[in-house]
Design a protein around this ligand. Structure first.
Ligand SMILES: [Ca+2]
Ligand SMILES: [Ca+2]
Ligand SMILES: [Ca+2]
Length: 373
């Protein structure tokens, strides 16, 4: 939620002559996309303000409406073309790594497009420098293990991608309120069903450091789950666990606790197995809101305190529940319950605020490290 991706998509979509007029009833699978990747910063080459087409940029194309992914490289003219696309909505993400004074800089940009029949979509995507994010959600393991209804081994992993020591004091980990709200992209807050908080003072506290490059695994319960489900994982070595003193939650005395701060909730930190969102916020500011008829309480958390948020969904056509101002897409598309699979950032520190691209499906889960290490 840092607005880190400077997307400047130059829209020049044009149908090729002859298309779009009396569109023939052709079968799906003849769509074509033809996209140029441009840089106007002058960093990659050329002069600032002048579009410069980018050679060897990696271009990923993923459907938002069906299972399809392709990865291509631009040619010397900065163009990629892909044929035989089925009817559907797609997201295209372009990136180029550039080394400036031995520091890797990532330039990225994206666009969405929709193709029907024999349509060709032509466009230009301008890539911009991604400001490296700092503290972020690196992995969410939520699907459950490959045992009958075993989903108590969930965890969320944080990562410090900055070169500075950061502090977890007072930070809130939420289970996002699982419903779409008509105004969710306009309001300046997010809602939380569950919220667990690190000890310490938000923002100014310096008791709970996370070092540059460090991972912090937060378990629902920090126990060796493989004792209960052989294919599950050992979370007795997790860095933290969630503890709810209002319920009958297990408390591993050797693992420090994030503690429930929603007074109407007695359950442990458990998140949905196929569609939900997880948010981390500074914890400096939040309010309670009653809803429903049973005195239930949810948290209202201002957007300006949100550090990161990730929405996941099995189906690409699910309705967004987390504002696109925090996350434009879904992690985990195609992942099923009790598969033992997890979602993790495809690259350490890469955060475009679109989880469809930032996350990949992995197995087994990797608490405390990354599949790309
Ligand atoms: Ca617990
Ligand atoms: Ca504990
Ligand atoms: Ca991991």
């Amino acid at each position: 939620m840092r607005g880190s991706l400077h997307l400047a998509v130059v829209i020049s979509a044009a149908l090729l002559a002859g298309c779009g007029v009396d569109m023939p009833g052709t079968p799906d699978g003849n769509g074509r996309v033809y996209v140029a990747i441009a840089d106007t910063s002058g960093y990659i080459s050329g002069e600032p303000g002048v579009p410069c087409y980018v050679d060897s940029a990696e271009v990923s194309i993923q459907s938002r409406t069906h299972q399809f992914t392709a990865v291509l490289l631009t040619g010397p003219d900065g163009v990629v073309a892909l044929d035989d696309l089925a009817t559907g909505r797609y997201y295209l993400f372009a990136r180029k790594d550039v080394y400036i004074e031995n520091n890797k800089k990532v330039f990225a940009g994206g666009m969405e497009f929709y193709i029907t029949g024999e349509e060709t979509v032509e466009d230009t995507v301008t890539v911009g420098l991604i400001a490296t994010s700092e503290l972020m959600i690196n992995e969410i393991y939520y699907t459950g293990a490959t045992c009958t209804f075993y989903m108590f081994d969930q965890f969320v992993e944080l990562y410090n991608s900055s070169s500075d020591t950061l502090y977890l004091d007072g930070i809130i980990l939420t289970r996002h309120y699982p419903a779409a709200e008509p105004d969710q992209d306009e309001v300046d807050y997010v809602k939380a069903l569950y919220a667990y908080q690190f000890p310490g003072t938000p923002v100014t506290g310096r008791e709970y450091p996370i070092l540059p490059g460090q991972f912090v695994a937060i378990a629902s319960d920090a126990i060796n789950h493989s004792l209960y489900c052989p294919t599950s994982i050992d979370l007795s070595v997790a860095d933290w666990e969630c503890f709810n003193p209002l319920g009958s939650d297990y408390d591993n005395p050797g693992v420090p606790n994030l503690v429930n701060i929603n007074p109407s909730r007695t359950s442990d930190y458990l998140i949905a197995l196929s569609h939900n969102a997880v948010v981390i916020a500074t914890g400096e500011e939040y309010t309670y809101e009653e809803y429903g008829d049973h005195g239930s309480i949810r948290l209202i958390i201002p957007l300006h305190t949100v550090i990161d948020g990730v929405e996941y969904a099995t189906s690409a056509t699910s309705t967004k529940e987390l504002t696109i101002n925090v996350d434009a897409g879904f992690a985990g598309i195609g992942m099923t319950k009790y598969s033992g699979q997890s979602v993790e950032r495809r690259e350490l520190g890469l955060d475009t605020n679109d989880s469809t691209f930032d996350f990949v499906i992995i197995a087994p889960p990797t608490p405390g490290y990354s599949h790309v290490q």
